[in-house]
Every structure is written in C-alpha cells, then in structure tokens.
Ligand binder design. Structure first.
Ligand code: PDD
Length: 275
C-alpha cells in the first residue's frame, strides 16, 4: 500500500490533507479507479482521458497533462510493489478558505492517490440487485467524488441482502451504484447510452469492443423497468467489479420503484426480437 498527496509519497493513514481542502469540505473534485493486473495499469489511457473530461466538466484546470498522470501512476505502482491492485486517483480544486465560490486567483489543485492490493473475484459468483429509485443528480457522467447517493443506494442494497443497487430513473434501468448495467436478450446486449445519466464506464467501453470483436449485437438503449421480466441475463461491469453476472433482482417496500415510473407510458422498446 502506498499513498501520495501533492508531490509526496506518504503512508495513506498519515494526516496530510488540510482541513480546508475543497475535496474534504465540499466534495469539490473528481476521481478515477484504475485496476492493476500483474503490475500493469489496465486501460490507463482511457481512464486518463475520462479524468481530463471530468476535470474540464467541473472547471478545474488540470495540474498534469495525460503524460504527467501516466508517469505519476506508473511511479506509484512501482513504488508500491503491488501486482494485483487498484489505484485511486483524486484531483480536487485545492485548499482555500471555505467559500462556495471558486477561490480567487491561482490555487493549486490537490492530487492524491492510493495504490492498494485487491483480491480477485471468484468467477463462480452470481449476484443480486436491489431495484430502487436513482436519487443522484443529473450530471452523473462526471466522475465526481460526491458519492452520497451511490453510497446510500449500495448500503440499502447490502442491508437487503443484495450485492448492488439497480438504479431506476424515470422508469428506466440505468446503472448500479458503482458499476454499469447490462442486459442480455435474444442474443444481443442492451446497456444504457452514455448521456448525462450514467457514468461512461471504462469497463463498459472495453466490453463494447469485445462485443464488436465477437460480433455480438449491442443496443445502447434505455430499458424500461417494466421490461425486466423479458431479459434473459444481466451483468455488471466496473473496474473492480470486472464482469459480474446477476441472477436475481429484488425489491423492497422501502425502495418503491413506482416513485420513479414516469406518469406517461415509456416509449415502447425499440429493440424488438428479429424474425
Ligand atoms: N466505480 N458507474 C458508476 C456509478 C461507477 O462508480 C463506476 C465505477 C462504474 C464503472 O466504471 P468503470 O468501468 O470505469 O470502473 C459505473 C468505481 C470503480 C468506484 O467508484 O470505485
């Protein structure tokens, strides 16, 4: 395990973040999680590309260019000595007297990082989702460190005996709390499109490439919750989730899906079985 804060490698348990760091006080920052396999960061370029997009979406001037992040991450992995690991990388607007407005003048964004070992998933696992209303904001395509709705959704799922949340917004099944959501039907894959209501997952992007290689049709479309009974399979994708098959979706009286169903009927699903 190794930590890093603003130019210095540290013990992650060491107190290095100033109290008035905006990440700490406001959640004013963005992050990435990158998987390391056999000592090498997986899909690193795509993660850095998304980080730069997130930074520009929240108007933080990036303290590094793509090459700078790449070197920092590779140095940290090498220093950690870890082989099977995750890299948590966070960039915040920096430290300044607490004020909602952006600090005046130049302040240096704060970069922090933790490399820690991960255990690989047993491949025989099949998971359960708890369906619930997606209570996140309307810009979840930005990978911000503001994860309270995600945390509450995942904890609620866990408390109900499920592995993850199935988040439903306006009647559509969009995403899980920390993974993207996929459906299998009639030999095709269905996953929500990358608009502002899902995170454009790096693993999702990789699976899209795999599907193209394998000539598996993919429909990037929103699937109404009412179509759940018609799917033949489901799985999640994510950097640490990898590809995780789902066997069951449960509901709970405290998590009414009806609350998220649109008052008008959803569009009929455009993906209809062929032939
Ligand atoms: N979570 N959707 C959400 C809301 C996520 O937080 C994540 C990743 C994903 C999957 O994206 P990717 O394939 O790029 O990891 C989808 C990270 C791993 C986390 O918060 O720990």
């Amino acid at each position: 395990v190794i930590g890093y804060y603003n130019g210095r490698f540290v013990d992650p348990a060491e107190g290095v973040v100033p109290i008035e760091e905006r990440g700490h006080e406001f959640g004013d920052g963005v992050y990435e999680v990158i998987r390391v396999y056999a000592g090498r960061p997986f899909l690193l370029e795509w993660h850095i590309e998304r980080l730069l997009n997130s930074l520009s979406a929240v108007r933080i001037a990036s303290p590094h260019d793509a090459l700078g992040y790449k070197e920092l991450i590779q140095t940290a992995i090498a220093k950690s000595g870890e082989r099977e690991a995750s890299v948590y990388l966070q960039v915040t607007r920096g430290a300044a007297l607490r004020n909602h407005l952006f600090p005046e003048g130049e302040i240096a964004p704060a970069v922090s990082l933790v490399v820690r070992p991960v255990t690989t998933h047993p491949s025989a696992c099949v998971g359960t989702l708890l369906a619930q209303a997606d209570e996140r904001w309307a810009n979840v395509y930005i990978k911000t460190i503001n994860l309270l709705p995600n945390i509450l959704a995942k904890q609620t799922a866990h408390d109900a005996g499920a592995d993850e949340a199935l988040l439903v917004r306006d009647g559509y099944m969009l995403e899980a709390a920390s993974s993207n959501l996929w459906f299998v039907r009639d030999g095709a894959l269905i996953t929500a499109p990358t608009d502002r209501y899902i995170l454009p997952g790096i693993t999702r992007r990789f699976v899209l490439d795999l599907a193209a290689d394998l000539q598996i049709p993919v429909y990037e479309q929103k699937l109404p919750y009412t179509q759940l009974a018609r799917v033949e399979g489901m799985f999640l994708t994510g950097t640490t989730t990898e590809i995780f098959p789902i066997g069951e979706v449960i509901t709970h009286p405290h998590c009414p899906i009806e609350a998220t169903l649109p008052s008008v009927a959803p569009h009929p699903l455009a993906v209809e079985p062929e032939g």
